[in-house]
Structures are given as C-alpha cells and as structure tokens.
Design a protein around this ligand. Sequence first.
Ligand code: AMP
Length: 544
Amino acid sequence: MLGLMQNRQLLISTVLEHAAHYNHDCEVVTKAVEGGIHRTSYGEIAKRAAKIAHALTKMDIKIGDCVSSLAWNTYRHLELYLAVPSMGAILNTVNPRLFPEQLTYIINHSDAKILFLDLTFVPQIEALYDQFSQVKQFIIMTDAAHMPKTTLPNVLCYEDMIAEEPDHFDWPELDENSAAGLCYTSGTTGEPKGVLYSHRSNILHSYSICCKDNIGLCGNDVVMPVVPMFHVNAWGTPYAAAMAGSKLVLPGADMTGENFYNLIKNEGCTVTLGVPTIWLALLQYVGTLGEVDLSTLPIERFVIGGSAAAPSLIENLEKTFGASVLHAWGMTETSPLGTVNRPLRKYGNFSEKEKMAIKVKQGRPQFGVELKIVDDDGNELPRDGKAFGRLMIRGPWVANAYFKQPDLNILDKEGYFDTGDVSTLDQDGYMTIVDRSKDVIKSGGEWISSIDLENVATGQPDVAEAAVIGIAHPKWQERPLLIIVPKDGKSPTKEDILNYLDGKIAKWWTPDDVVFIDKMPHTATGKTQKRDLREMFKDFKFKS
Ligand code: AMP
C-alpha cells in the first residue's frame, strides 16, 4: 500500500520560489567583478532569473540543453544557478583555472550551446573559442558600460539581454531526477569526467547542509562561500543559503586575504567555506594588521575541505577569530559533502589536545550518506580507527555513473562508489583520510601517510606549506621526501625541520630528505599539485 502524501517533486525552481516568497528581502552581497560592492536580494534575483529564462528560451534553449558558465562567485552567477536548472536546462560550471585543452574538452563534451563568461575570462576564451564545437552564443556577464572590445563572435551583454524581458516565468513541472548541473572532476589523470547532478540530489544535499550537525545554515547566518561556484557548486552553499534564507556574501574575482577579511568584517559573516590555502591567505593578511582583537567579529564557523586541514591551521583560525573550524570531506562525485566534523556530546570534557585529535579527522557521514572501507579485494575492514583501506561511499547525492560513459561501471556490487581515497573509520563513524591511494608512500610493505607528515610539518613555525611525495628507494621501495615552502623572510634548515618532527611522528616515517622551494604548485582547485612535484623531483636521489 502506498502512502497518501503529496508527491511534490524536489526541484531547483522550488528553492527559487521559496527564496522569492519567504526570503525576498534577504541580502546577496557581491564584491563585483567590475569593482565595488553590489547589493541585491533573493527577491530581485528571482525576478532576474525569470528574465534569463525568457532570454534563453528565445535563444532556443530547451529542457535538457546545456549552458556553460565560466564565472566567479557573484550574484549573476547565482541567477544562472537558479534560472538554468529551473527552466529544465543544465548548468555546466567550468573551472577557468584548468589547462586550455581541458577547458575546451569540457565545453565540447558537455554539448554547451551558450557560454556565459565573466569579464576576467574574455581574453582566455578569445584564444580558444574557435575550438568550441557547439557554442553558438557568448554572453559577457556585465553591463553595457563595462562591455569590452572583443574578437568573440555572437556576443551579448548580460544586462542588455535581460533588460526588456518579463520578470515572471512559468517554471516547468520537471521530474526531480532530471539533470540540473554538470561539473567535471579535476582530472589529474586522463580526461576530466562529468558528474551530472539531478534536481533531487541537489535539493537533498542542500537540506543536509542546513542540518545542525552539518554546516547548519539557517536564516540567522551570513555565509561567504570562498570555494568557487565553478568547483562542485561552491559545496552546495548557493542553493542551501537560498533555501535557509541566509544572507549570502560572494567574494567575486578578488581572491585576496584582504577581500575575505573586509567582507567578513563589513558584512558580518558568521560562516565561511574554503580550501586550506584560502585560510592561509586570510591569516597572512590579518597578521599584517597588528594588534587587533578579531575574536569580536561575528564569524562562528570556518568550514575547511578539499584538502586536509592541518592542526596548526585549525588552531590558528580558532584562536585568531574565536571561531570553530568544521573539517569536511567530499568530492565532485559526492556533490560534494560526504562528511563534516562536529564534536559529539561525549567529548565535552576532553582536553584541548584530545579535542584536536578529533578535529583533524574529516568527520562523520551525514544522514543519507553511507561509508565503508575495504581492502583491495573489496572485503570490508573493521571500523576501529586503525584499519585503513579504500573509502567507499553511497547515498542519494553520490554519482551513479559519469556523463556519457554508460558502460563504465563505477560502483561495487552493493552500489558503493570507490573514492580513490584511503581512510580509517572509527567506532563513532569519524572518517580520517590517510591519503589519496596514489599518494600514499609504500615503504617496505608498510604505508606512510603523506597527509599525516604534512600536517605535522606545517606546524613548524617557519613553514608556510609542506608536501610529501614518495621517492623510489632501492631497499624500501619508496621513502618520503619532504618539500617545504618557508614563510616569507624565514629560512629554516633541514635540521630545524627534522628536529621539529622528532618525537611527533613514528621514527620510521622520518623523511629521508628535506628540500626547500619558493612556491608550491597548486591544482585548479587550490590543492597541492603532487603530479608537478613528482615531475620536479623525478631525478631526485636520496644520498646513501
Ligand atoms: P575534488 O573532486 O576535486 O573536489 O577532489 C576530491 C578529493 O579531495 C577527495 O577525494 C580527497 O582526496 C580530497 N579531499 C577533499 N576533502 C578533503 C579533506 N578534508 N582532507 C583530505 N582530503 C580531502
């Protein structure tokens, strides 16, 4: 017997309409790409989303068509986030930091018919557009006064395009399983792979974000996603914020510590999200301000994910701002949030040291997400906090397959997706990433976690960034090489670093050498680019 409840579909258009009706005067603040601070509201954004839908309909965009964006976190990008899926089309958010070949591959593979782009990216696209197979219209996300001279064909100005359109649209009643968004994995090996989110997966993921043991977005929050809207939907915050009625603060193209600080201070941000390098930039900037008490700022939560949050970073942020760090883990294939680290009630009396040992873990799965760890034969391993194996995940916002790769089975027989991460799970469900499976250092049949070593090394006071890679070793197969970027004006020695590690790590984990470089290579999503480090040190040999 079926239940007798209404089967309303979970659609992005319902988020848009909810925000328009119930959060209409809630502010959306952007550090505009053209300069200055721009202020609008969900009510205005909903009207402009309707205008966009009319304009796109005139351009023959239909249900199931793809529209790409190459854009920063701005109110215009938010309008596309709401308009494009609500009209039944698919928004493909492209990461502008990718190599030109990957960017072209993605735009062609997605079958995008229209490309929206911010002013910043016009020169980049002028150099590439003739390789785009299907894009028939370029829309520059600015107003007439800022339109650049460009060699792009078929160009429209965003504001001109929507100016005369009606501000109401009859959003179609779609199936909630319809495609809504398309993001490509960073593709460190092979071509980028497309992850096709549905309306349902996005809505359930957003609901989860609003739960208190997750990021807990609510109407009282002022949220600033620094994580880009071109990287896994800014971790779902645009939809969750519109759903919850949180004030949204968008940092635009200005990825400086100074901009993040000014927005936190001037807009009263209570929660902000980003990868570790972003917070290093913020801390570096506030370090230049001298003796100011930042603990009086309203910021409550720093959400850190994308790479491991080192204890020194967690401690520094918490002390400097009097805020909590929520360590989170996820990936493009998981929408992205899989786990978030919130302390359990029973840890209340723990010492600071014991609490830190919990905080560095990547967190517990939110309801809806299931995790297990398995060995190389797929056998499940114990949840004892010690055994480590391949991390597997399933849930309603986890990918089932990659876009246009129907024959590639990415699930095990129980429907779990192999994350490519190696991790432990403890009795309480806290997951700890030991490494990416390809980054773990295999030394004499045992594994050394590059993440653990990096976490400890970044605590050395003269170290800005640390990375560990495995170097071939005649006896042990691989041994760790520690690569350090010193803080500005500091020049630690190998002995300084090794003395610091002494007693903090198992003896046999001690790196066989320490080298210093000026700048850490980063991926398009701000993580340490280990592939480049391996290339840089491919001829490196340990002195015997
Ligand atoms: P992406 O799909 O580009 O978002 O990358 C996902 C990968 O980033 C994961 O599979 C992990 O290897 C890594 N990652 C994400 N969050 C964390 C975290 N908190 N700690 C360590 N690694 C992380």
